[in-house]
Design a protein around this ligand. Structure first.
Ligand code: G16
Length: 530
């Protein structure tokens, strides 16, 4: 059957312009059938372009509500789809039904793709109700291209990234691990035991899994780590899709700055919250007065930054360390990293692809968005230095090198991974013998607030300076600047979301009341666009 034949079952809805945003295509699941079908075609083309290397496709809408879904591509080494192909993805998704074959032909000729190469694609999905139907549409696109594909079923997003990289590096000096879900657990379990060889008691945490796919996957890993890891998993109803991300999970906890439903932690007990596809994590705890404290992506970056900086000094291998953040990073965290850790900070636009790219400039690049999405990258040069350091160096140096090597396996370097990041944080806390309060005491967040405003056309909102300033609509940035000046330590910015049909407003200031007031004033400016 030809592309046109398959396409008849997947007509493009009228009047919609699909865009490949911060995390691929994402919207109401009912609108995504034709997109999933065409992403199947695109994934096959991308694999052929990459000489038959395996491409990943993940069906997920991560933190978004249950009726949404999304689809994104994963490149051979587990990174996000190369930016130049995002344009082709959108072109293919928006081609009229009767011009789809012509669009494919024009991409083949423009990119000089050898269509005699057999394409290889792996597929994963989160626990949403709409997932199986979208996978079926995707498979039709792959069949239309005569691609070879393997559907792994339910996975976390980072597991699909891991599997994609593991397949493509198998049998090479850069082999990333066994290319299976089991291989993922084995790699993490072995690395964890190496990272904390002398534990007095298991690493402990209560984990809110947002009623998503992270719950069974974390449980599977914990089963292999009896005596090393003891997790209490809550909000684990992944077989009840309407409960996904509902009043729980990383996005809820971060945005509302409150505990998720379904949890009543003891004072100073560490609580972690994953998002729906387990690629983000934030932590929290309550104190003895039941006050809530958030330990978000900024706090993770500073904790991990502190530990890695110490280890790098002790390893004495001349490794550069840097931290990458976005405009959402709390001003206090950036100040702490620069002034106390003496580590350079780079700011990029929102979206893992931007942070990931910037982190690659360092030997060890730590990147975290405030919302808890992040990881640590070890450059190939750093890996070689660590692997080839003399065995008989001093004991402190040797221990530091071994710890960095264990971390480089424990950390999922393809993308932010809630499970891997959970283990990383628990390791650093255990080594320092810290609880959440000691972790939190490094610096105090400036009070802040993140709001969402639905406007008629979010594409009007264009930014510059790593999204910290608006260039459009005309005049709006001047108004924001004027109002920010009125607040002590005030900072605020507005940007269009790439995953939701809304504009986001961030504000921070010296007190909670001021941060709330600043956010309110800036949000008011947006009423004119509603
Ligand atoms: C995705 C991206 C993140 C981004 C988040 C929110 O996360 O991977 O990099 O921070 O969306 O983006 P925006 O503010 O543009 O909506 P996830 O966890 O939803 O895949």
């Amino acid at each position: 059957m030809s592309i046109d034949d398959f396409s008849k079952d997947h007509p493009k809805p009228d009047g919609i312009n699909f865009g490949y945003g911060t995390a691929g295509f994402r919207m109401k699941a009912t609108l995504l059938d034709s997109v999933a079908f065409r992403v199947g075609i695109l994934a096959a083309l991308r694999s052929q372009f990459k000489k038959g290397q395996t491409i990943g496709v993940m069906i997920t809408a991560s933190h978004n509500p249950p009726p949404d879904n999304g689809v994104k591509l994963v490149d051979p080494l587990g990174s996000m789809l190369e930016a130049s192909w995002e344009v082709y993805a959108a072109e293919l998704a928006n081609a009229p039904d009767n011009q789809l074959q012509a669009k494919v032909d024009s991409l083949v000729s423009k990119l000089n793709i050898d269509t005699s190469v057999r394409a290889h694609v792996v597929i994963g999905r989160d626990s949403r109700e709409s997932g199986p139907a979208l996978v079926a549409a995707l498979e039709d696109g792959l069949k239309a291209m005569n691609a070879n594909y393997n559907n792994y079923g339910l996975l976390t997003t980072p597991q699909l990234h891991y599997i994609t990289r593991a397949i493509n590096t198998k049998g090479t000096p850069d082999a990333y691990g066994a290319p299976t879900e089991e291989g993922y657990y084995e790699k993490l379990a072995n690395a964890l035991k190496k990272a904390v060889p002398d534990l007095d008691e298991p690493l402990k945490c209560v984990v809110d899994c947002a009623n998503g796919i992270g719950a069974p996957k974390l449980r599977a890993l914990a089963a292999m780590l009896d005596g090393t890891l003891s997790v209490t998993i809550v909000n684990d109803q992944y077989k009840e899709p309407p409960m996904l991300n509902m009043d729980c999970g990383a996005d809820y906890v971060k945005t509302n700055q409150r505990l998720p439903n379904g949890v009543t932690p003891e004072p100073y007990q560490l609580l972690a919250s994953f998002d729906g596809d387990a690629d983000r994590i934030v932590f929290s705890y309550v104190d003895d007065k039941k006050a809530f404290h958030l330990l978000d992506g900024d706090k993770i970056a500073t904790l991990v930054g502190m530990y890695i900086t110490e280890l790098s000094k002790e390893a004495d291998l001349d490794l550069s360390v840097g931290v990458v953040q976005t405009a959402y990073a709390n001003g206090s965290s950036t100040k702490y990293i620069v002034d106390n850790l003496k580590v350079p900070v780079v700011c990029t636009p929102t979206g893992v692809k931007h942070l990931h790219h910037a982190a690659e400039a360092f030997d060890i690049g730590i990147y975290f968005e405030a919302n808890g999405h992040g990881t640590v990258l070890f450059s190939p040069a750093a890996q070689i230095k660590l692997q080839t350091a003399p065995e008989d160096c001093g004991p402190v140096q040797r221990r530091a090198i071994d710890s960095l090597l264990a971390l480089s396996d424990l950390i999922n370097q393809t993308v932010g991974d809630a499970i891997s990041d959970l283990l990383l944080v628990l390791v650093v806390l255990a080594i320092n013998r810290w609880g959440p309060e000691e972790w939190d005491s490094a610096y105090k967040d400036l009070p802040n607030r993140l709001d969402k405003v639905v406007v008629k056309d979010r594409s009007l909102f264009k930014t510059t300076d790593a999204e910290r300033r608006l260039t459009s609509p005309p005049g709006l940035q001047d108004k924001i600047d004027e109002v920010v000046k009125m607040f002590n330590q005030g900072r605020s910015f507005v940007r269009a979301s790439g995953t939701e049909d809304a504009v986001r407003v961030y504000a921070e200031a010296a007190s909670k009341a001021e941060a709330d007031a600043l956010s309110g004033r800036v949000s008011q400016f947006l009423h004119a666009f509603q």
